[in-house]
Design a protein around this ligand. Sequence first.
Ligand SMILES: [Zn+2]
Length: 209
Amino acid sequence: MKILTFNFPALMGVNSYLVYDGKTLSGAVVDAGRGFKEISAKSAELGIKIEKVLLTHAHFDHIMDAGKWRAAGAKVYLHSLDGMLMKSGGAPDGFFGAAPRFATEADVYVKDGDEIKIGNETLSVVHTPGHTPGSVCYLTEGALFTGDTLFADSYGRVDFPGGSASEMRDSLKKLFSLPGKDGIDVYPGHEGKTNLGYEAEHNPGNYRL
Ligand SMILES: [Zn+2]
């Protein structure tokens, strides 16, 4: 799987990732807070067709451009436990300020263990509640997209509605027990990359939760 990172400092350092099969040029976008314009341009340049948008969760800073991708013909994937959050625009109880204009829907609800094809490449769904009930990570060979569950030397907030410290602890344990973790790069929802083996040893989630 080829991976290109798009980082948006003005939106809390949120990331969108363009992932694609270099042979078939089938592509997907992981998280869609920003990046429709930039990723569309890059995809056109490389001849990639964006078929899917894989959301790690439905907070507004990860879904704001999802409606644009849907209008362009991509199918949006999300865990059903974040379905209502997405329909409300990703800002429950007005926590992030009014965001109903970002409200849209998923086309496909995923669950733990599902496999998603991108050309001849495969991503599998790892359900990791804690930041939100429907938070998921997407695992492919050598890469894990962790949304707001796992960050470099940090982990996602658990104090938003639907968050849970005990679920976050269990979800991090689940990630840290994935086989071959030293060979897995972590692509988080915000800021820079890290390595899963490193985080399994050093992440503060190991002792703060
Ligand atoms: Zn979030």
